[in-house]
Structure formats: C-alpha cells, structure tokens
Write a protein that binds this ligand. Structure first.
Ligand SMILES: [Zn+2]
Length: 81
C-alpha cells in the first residue's frame, strides 16, 4: 500500500507559537538600524509615531508615506527645534 505519500506543501505553513515576525509592520527594527541618511550616511531615528525618519546631523525629516520612507533629500523637511 502506498498510502505514505505526504504533502510537502504543508511545511510552508507552520503556525507555531512564536509570532516574532509581524507582517503588519513592514518596517521592522532590524531594518531601521541599517537605514542610513541618504545625505550624510549617518544613523536615522524613527519618530515615536513612525511617521518619519529624522537625521539629527542634517536636521532633516524624511516622511514615511504609505509605510514607505521617502529618502529623497530634496523632499525632506527641516527638523524643527
Ligand atoms: Zn544626514
């Protein structure tokens, strides 16, 4: 009897307990840490509401539109304060 044939596709959908990866949040922390300012290549800070990235060295704010950071220097806003 050849009833031992398994379905290899099932392995792709492991619904384990560990939900470390959050698909609803594309900008994960590891990605943010490797992001650099396109102007000075310095570190960027994500604002608390995650609506923009801030380069304190350049004093520029790169807006995040539709969860996509806009790293065009010409479109960055000056950092207030
Ligand atoms: Zn910069």
């Amino acid at each position: 009897m050849a009833s031992m044939s398994s379905k290899p596709r099932q392995r792709e959908f492991e619904s384990g307990d560990s939900s470390l990866y959050k698909p609803a949040m594309p900008m994960n922390r590891e990605l943010i840490e490797i992001l650099a300012c396109p102007k000075c290549k310095g570190p960027l800070e994500l604002t608390p509401n995650e609506s923009a990235f801030v380069c304190r060295a350049c004093r520029l704010v790169y807006a995040v539109v539709d969860e996509i950071p806009n790293f065009i220097v010409e479109e960055a806003q000056p950092l207030e304060g």
